[in-house]
Design a protein around this ligand. Sequence first.
Ligand code: TXA
Ligand code: MG
Length: 340
Amino acid sequence: MKTEFLNAGTPGHIERAAQILREGGLVGIPTETVYGLAANALDGKACARIFEAKGRPVDNPLIVHISDISQWDALVKEIPERARKLAEAYWPGPLTIILPKADCIPQEVSPGLETVSVRFPSHPVARAVISAAGIPLAAPSANLSGRPSPTTAEHVWHDLKGRIEAVLDGGECGVGVESTVVSLACDPPRLLRPGGITLEQLEAVLGHVEVDPAVTHPLAEGVKAASPGMKYKHYAPKVPVKIVEGSREAYIDFVNSHKKDKAAALCYDGDAAALEVPYICYGGENDPDCQARELFDALRHLDELDAEVVFARCPPPEGVGLAVYNRLIRAAGFEVIHID
Ligand code: TXA
Ligand code: MG
């Protein structure tokens, strides 16, 4: 299949993307979190093609994207008061809300589930495409399954060229990690995936929110994943990544002492000058927003360092740092080395 490369700034290209989507095709679209691989959420056949194009496990549900809060009613059984309050506080934005689903949701969107996840993105191009298409759009991250999520149109092109109808370039994503996913289909509410809206922000509206153990720990054997996406290997480059916990000085000594083992570093901006091995920086030590924005691009480039092992620094699991920690610990296969 020939994949069209569209540009949101070119007249007619948003309308072209919308037309492809209305006709049952797949388009990679920008959002404020990561690029999504969009299809008509009410068309089971179109959604089935998403799984094929990404190589996505068929039991992993899709998020439905809307461009106006009034589209939400038709997708869910009902919208409880606490859900309305949460949406009022953080939509449009990097937040996905899970509720019991309406009958119109195809089984491809929520395979084997009684719920559906909905998000109202803030990215102007995402909103324009959804509005122009006139339909809600199912969209997982637009990467090949297992690869880091895409934060540029080039990442999408690299992974999915020839497998989808089009990519719509809308520039780099601002948040850089996928949306916060919270389930309001249970009591108390449950955080299934941390993102740009923090646990503290959720609790300011909802009161106590349970954090699913899979956010910070490997899924125990035999336990059913609350969010099926969390049980699959994610974000991992080919080179093994290990998180190193300890002070900056101890980290630098540790990494430099492994120079002969062809080590490389995934580090903070301020670490670079002291390192004697190849490195990629992903933001300042105290700047989790920047770390979130740059992490996936950094992970995509680690294999180019020609290293046998990559030692990574990782922020504490707080605020937006929890989202960075959650992605990085998966990329590292939960391998953490404690020094000091
Ligand atoms: O920021 C985002 O959320 C991006 C952009 C494109 O909007 N989308 C995204 O989709 O990250 P995806 O498919 O890569 O991740 C969706 C996650 C998966 O872990 C999936 O298992 C979970 O949300 N999920 C979706 N619907 C669910 C449901 N009904 N119940 C439990 N988990 C659900
Ligand atoms: Mg994904």
